[in-house]
Design a protein around this ligand. Sequence first.
Ligand SMILES: Cc1cc2nc3c(=O)[nH]c(=O)nc-3n(C[C@H](O)[C@H](O)[C@H](O)COP(=O)(O)O)c2cc1C
Length: 157
Amino acid sequence: MVKILIAYDTKYGNTEKVAKLIAEGISSTEGNEVIVKNVKEVKLKKEDSYELIVIGSPNHFGRHIGSVKKFINKLPKSQLKLKAYAVFDTCITPDFEKAVKAMERQISETMPNLIKVSPGLSIKVEGIGASKGPIVDEDLPKCKEFGIKLIQEYKSL
Ligand SMILES: Cc1cc2nc3c(=O)[nH]c(=O)nc-3n(C[C@H](O)[C@H](O)[C@H](O)COP(=O)(O)O)c2cc1C
């Protein structure tokens, strides 16, 4: 059994929705356990047995938000069994994948031994500027598919 943590933060709820849909995808596969939590509620302990962590953030000014940055910085000391990661963001179109890339960069700097199990997922929300969304319809199915793909990729490592 693979134990997976999906940790996210959100301002308007869209990134949380993506996190829950990714979890649905993972839960549709056999014999894996997935926990979904806001980064502010995650208290990782050394004895936790998460092997795969999936981290999500809204794109604010082309980056992930402060709470998610802090969470990533604290990871190396807290998780002994952690082997792999993947990230996701929500954004309006012009900054597609920018927060994903920033998170991947930060993780590869703080935890060079963690394996990136899949390229990050960037989900578009409707609107312009500090948009409240909602998620564009055509991106909704991508979330669940991403969850399923993550497990397949992790198991083939
Ligand atoms: C302060 C602020 C800055 C933002 N900056 C960007 C940005 O630089 N690029 C972008 O694509 N979206 C930007 N957005 C839009 C967010 O990506 C969008 O609000 C977010 O995906 C919604 O996710 P949430 O519901 O989880 O908060 C910004 C939003 C806020 C509130």
